[in-house]
Design a protein around this ligand. Sequence first.
Ligand SMILES: O=C(O)CCC(=O)C(=O)O
Ligand SMILES: [Mn+2]
Length: 211
Amino acid sequence: MDQLNMFGGSKGEMPSPKIHVGINKVANGEFCFFPSFFNKLESDDFFQVLRKNISWKQESMNMYGKKIPFPRLTAWYGDQDKPYSFSGLTLKPQIWTNELLEIRARIEPVANVRFNSVLLNLYRSGNDSISWHTDAEKELGINPVIASVNFGETRTFQLRHIKTKEKIEIHLTHGSLLIMKGETQHFWQHQIPKTSKVVRERINLTFRFLI
Ligand SMILES: O=C(O)CCC(=O)C(=O)O
Ligand SMILES: [Mn+2]
């Protein structure tokens, strides 16, 4: 199967229970979800170009004096004067590529904010994941708007309210855009769990504004 026919698009995908297209207000949070924000052709193109041109790195976090590799590859791009720290790492951003600027120009009018940086994740298989966390680093300000763009395999994005433990699942399809805003990062953790299904690669971009 060639790369262009690899990803099925959102037709026939499982719907995301509770979350519908457009604005969703939940307890202590707000999400805007567009399952096919980018069409199939442009999503196929973006997947290929990003897979090839992004400088993917195997970063590790320091835990009890040990280096633990992240279960995914990552990359950090953005304005040069905005270093970013998370999980004990400080990353100096790489310079924006044309594709990243193109994607940013498409999503900024919808998110209604400016983004000066983007963190990219490459999930190589079902064994790659990101565990429960919030995007609440102090450089992101009080109520950050985070815009998540997805290409490649559909993976399940889970949210969990830190007090009520309510759970929400969103199927992040090829070409989807999910915007998290309002108080979300103070009350809802999120993760992409591992899956035992045989899955193809997935690229996720989270656009952020660093103060
Ligand atoms: O891959 C995803 O959808 C989530 C990535 C994420 O939460 C992050 O990079 O902070
Ligand atoms: Mn996150």
